[in-house]
Ligand binder design. Structure first.
Ligand code: BV8
Length: 236
């Protein structure tokens, strides 16, 4: 069977983890409602009050134990196993639900809760504990670990690899993101410029909905398994 798509890039945001019980950023009562972005997700906020920031991320890291992947995470893992073409899964999320849902190759462009970045030796280490008591860096032993998370004003990870994939993909799918934060919110335009088809799967229209060839609205746990089934049955 001649598959319709050969190179798919998927971008996920907080909406794919919402049904697993992780707050999104902008929904009422979401993460940012309890904190100002400037205070907990910028280098300046970290410099101003490191304990507030370390505690904010310690709580989110610990909360991972109380959530589980949902059918949308499992569906993307099935796609990774069964799709015969190239697939790049880019997530803005810092949780580990894609991995726990079975995805083996996940590009965390905004870093991960379960990783620590040492501001002395700049190495990144797997990290499951808290940081509030300034534990020693596993590599250089200095007490200078910070969350390995990309804050506002910082360069996201692996942008070269992402843009290279967007320039050559024939399908770009955005799942569960508001399209409020750049550079991720601009990926749909990069994909369109490369001639790719673009699809948005989201609970409601995002800020960038009009930029997509097709948008489907509803919960990710319904839309994503349906879409994966479609791609695997008809090649897209
Ligand atoms: C950058 C990690 C280049 C932290 C995050 C000044 C200097 C530098 C840059 C800027 C600047 N001023 C502005 C910028 C650009 C800035 C930006 O975009 N600001 C915005 C506010 C305008 N971007 C940056 O700074 C980025 N870096 O530009 O680097 C550079 C570098 C230096 C100098 C110059 C340029 C870095 C941005 C990364 C910030 N870190 N996360 C942490 O997690 O704590 S951002 C954070 O919010 C998330 O990671 C995510 O990326 C982002 C958006 O959140 P979403 O995932 O979309 O979640 P949201 O709640 O918004 O939406 C959820 C969606 O799901 C909704 O649409 C909802 O309808 C839907 N949904 C809900 N339930 C469901 C559902 N869908 C389906 N099913 C459901 N059940």
């Amino acid at each position: 069977m001649n598959a319709r798509y050969r190179r798919i890039v998927i971008l996920t945001g907080a909406g794919i983890s919402a049904e697993s019980g992780i707050d999104t950023f902008r929904a009422a009562g979401g993460l940012w409602e309890q904190h100002r972005i400037e205070d907990v997700a910028t280098p300046e906020g970290f410099a101003r009050d490191p304990n507030l920031v370390l505690n904010f991320y310690d709580l989110r890291r610990a909360a991972l134990a109380n959530v589980a992947p949902n059918p949308s995470h499992m569906a993307l893992a099935l796609l990774e196993r069964e799709f015969k073409g190239d697939l790049l899964l880019v997530t803005q999320n810092v949780d580990d639900l894609h991995e726990r849902g079975g995805s083996a190759r996940v590009l965390h462009m905004h870093g991960e809760l379960k990783s620590a970045l040492c501001t002395s030796c700049e190495t990144r280490s797997p990290w499951l504990e808290t940081m509030i008591n300034r534990p020693p860096c596993p590599v250089c032993r200095a007490p200078t670990l910070r969350p390995d998370v990309v804050w506002f004003g910082e360069m996201p990870y692996q942008m070269g690899r992402i843009y290279q994939a967007l320039e050559t993909c024939d399908l770009f799918v955005s799942i569960g993101t508001s399209g409020a934060v750049y550079p991720a919110a601009g990926f749909v335009q990069e994909a369109r410029a490369a001639g790719a088809r673009t699809l948005e799967l989201n609970l409601e229209p995002s800020e960038g909905s009009r930029l997509f060839h097709e948008t489907r609205h509803g919960p990710a746990s319904v839309l994503v398994p349906e879409w994966v089934e479609e791609v695997l049955q008809t090649g897209g």
